[in-house]
Design a protein around this ligand. Structure first.
Ligand SMILES: [Zn+2]
Length: 54
C-alpha cells in the first residue's frame, strides 16, 4: 500500500495522480523533509519511500 495523492513531482514538475511521498534524509538534521515524486522519478532516484516495509 502507498499513499496516493495528486501532487506535482518535485523532480520533473509533472502533476500526477499517483505521486509518492518520500523522505529525504539530511545528515545534519533530525528532521526529514517530505516531498512528492512521480513513480518514474522515485524509481530513478531509488530513494527511500515512506511506505516501504521495515
Ligand atoms: Zn517526476
Amino acid at each position: 500500500m502507498q499513499a496516493v495523492v495528486t501532487r506535482a513531482c518535485r523532480e520533473c514538475g509533472e502533476v500526477v495522480d499517483d505521486a509518492v511521498a518520500v523522505a529525504l534524509e539530511h545528515v545534519a538534521s533530525t528532521a526529514r523533509r517530505v516531498v512528492f515524486l512521480c513513480p518514474l522519478c522515485t524509481a530513478d532516484l531509488k530513494i527511500m519511500r515512506l511506505t516501504d516495509p521495515p
